[in-house]
Design a protein around this ligand. Structure first.
Ligand SMILES: [Zn+2]
Length: 200
């Protein structure tokens, strides 16, 4: 990856996601509370468009092969070179499950059988909700894409905890380690708050 391609992660995920120009008419926006609303929005005084912003969905998989979990080492920012479960932003027009399978295909090239939804994690300070599905890996043959430096299976005692990319991935893996011996995987729904994220 050359210098020109390597941009700050804040370039990709600007927070706050304030818009400056109207995507409908191109004119400058105002920050106002629209009539009958209760929070500040980017609104267009020229064409009347109100640009609502809502949390983004991140969808991913927990791919399991026998007693091992598949992790990918990231070839992209943010968290370049760190290990993650295959996951990414949900695209328009797909379901959470379809998005999770697509991401696993793009990042690991694994043959998978989709399982049940496992974690739903609110990350309000990042303006995201993360969904991870369990998945059975059908063949150890992998074909990682260009967002991944390498894809590798880890036994649970070899998970590289210090080099996990995201708190949502780390907590999902912690639940997996807890639940796997019992082969009972209840749906986990929790939030990660900013003070927790700082320690990630
Ligand atoms: Zn406008």
């Amino acid at each position: 990856m050359n210098k020109q391609q390597k941009l700050e992660s804040s370039f990709y995920y600007p927070i706050p996601r304030t818009l400056h120009y109207c995507t409908q008419c191109g004119k400058e926006l105002a920050r106002i509370i629209p009539p009958d609303d209760n929070r500040v929005r980017d609104a267009c005084p020229h064409c009347g468009a109100v640009h609502y912003q809502n949390p983004r969905c991140v969808v991913g998989l927990v791919p399991i092969w026998e007693d091992q979990v598949l992790l990918c080492r990231r070839a992209i920012e943010p968290q370049y070179n760190k290990w993650t479960l295959p996951a990414g932003f949900m695209e328009l027009g797909e379901t959470t499950a379809q998005g999770a399978v697509r991401e696993a295909d793009e990042e690991a090239g694994a043959q998978l059988e989709l399982g049940s939804l496992y974690t739903i994690i609110d990350v309000p300070h990042a303006e995201q909700v993360h969904f991870f599905y369990l998945a059975k890996v059908l063949s150890p043959q992998l074909n990682p894409g260009n967002e991944t430096l390498e894809a590798q299976f880890f036994t649970f005692d070899a998970i590289p905890w210090a080099d996990i990319a995201f708190q949502t991935v780390a907590t999902t893996l912690q639940y997996l380690v807890e639940d796997f011996p019992k082969q009972h995987f209840p749906l986990r729904n929790y939030a990660i708050l900013p003070n927790q994220a700082e320690h990630s």
